[in-house]
Design a protein around this ligand. Structure first.
Ligand code: TMP
Length: 238
């Protein structure tokens, strides 16, 4: 499959057309940003890890009945995916308090929840991805009621599958962000990526952060953390 014109360049990936109108090629970069692009940097080898990790996790999710955009890994950094129209929502599932949740509600990071939580942000860089509730996202037609129900159901199911898998790897899945898209016929599928950029992953034994918070918070050892979680995933993803 040949890369044709570049359709889009995001903060961490480039997207290209192919000769099949229903398929795109995603190319993962090492660029890292945080705080809506205010903090900029690079994490050596990140694009390779995120591409390969996301693909393995999406294939696992497919086996568990969750439809995803994954089609075929083409190279270290490139993957063939189904073309979707992205639903402009960041779907965040949390098992433990951390990050913006801890800040907003004054809850210590690491406090577990009785049951997972879900929230949406409106994916809009100009507005800084504001938190949005279901009533508001329906009001501005970001998705239909039926789509929101499907997205919630898939998101909690993704959490069950990934949380159990990461636990086998000695990693606590604290929280993560998903994006969904619509195929041409309107079917909702999981899109974007699942990686240390989009998940909080803590070593189950020590609590050590093995994700992009090391970059966001200047904790050092960013590359090593990405390499370590990828190594553990490969060990357990036979
Ligand atoms: P938050 O606690 O900062 O709201 O982040 C929740 C989760 O979402 C965390 O795993 C990191 C991920 N995330 C993204 O993937 N992209 C983003 O732009 C932000 C703010 C968070």
């Amino acid at each position: 499959m040949q890369k044709l014109e570049q359709l889009y360049e995001g903060k961490a990936k480039r997207v290209y057309a192919t000769d099949d109108p229903e398929l795109l090629i995603v190319d993962y970069k090492d660029d890292a940003t945080a705080f809506n692009g205010v903090k900029k940097g690079s994490i050596a080898g990140k694009g390779i890890i995120n591409n390969q990790m996301s693909n393995r996790l999406m294939q696992r999710l497919e086996r568990e009945g969750i439809p995803t955009h994954f089609v075929q890994e083409l190279s270290e950094r490139e993957t063939l995916v189904k073309r979707v129209q992205i639903v402009p929502l960041e779907v965040i599932v949390r098992n433990l308090a951390a990050g913006s949740f801890s800040k907003r509600y004054g809850v210590p990071e690491g406090q577990p929840f009785d049951r997972p939580t879900i929230e949406f942000s409106y994916k809009n860089d100009e507005l800084g991805d504001p938190l949005i509730n279901t009533s508001h996202l329906l009001a501005i037609h970001l998705a239909t009621e039926e789509e929101v129900e499907t997205i919630k159901r898939y998101a909690f199911r993704v959490n069950e599958v990934l949380r159990a898998f990461w636990a086998q790897c000695g990693v606590t899945l604290v929280d993560f962000k998903l994006e969904f898209g619509r195929l041409a016929d309107g079917t909702i599928i999981l899109a974007d990526e699942i990686s240390p950029d989009t998940c909080r992953l803590w070593d189950s034994a020590t609590g050590k952060k093995l994700d992009k918070d090391r970059f966001r918070r200047d904790l050092g050892g960013v590359e090593d953390a990405y390499t370590e979680v990828m190594r553990r995933l490969c060990e357990h993803d036979a």
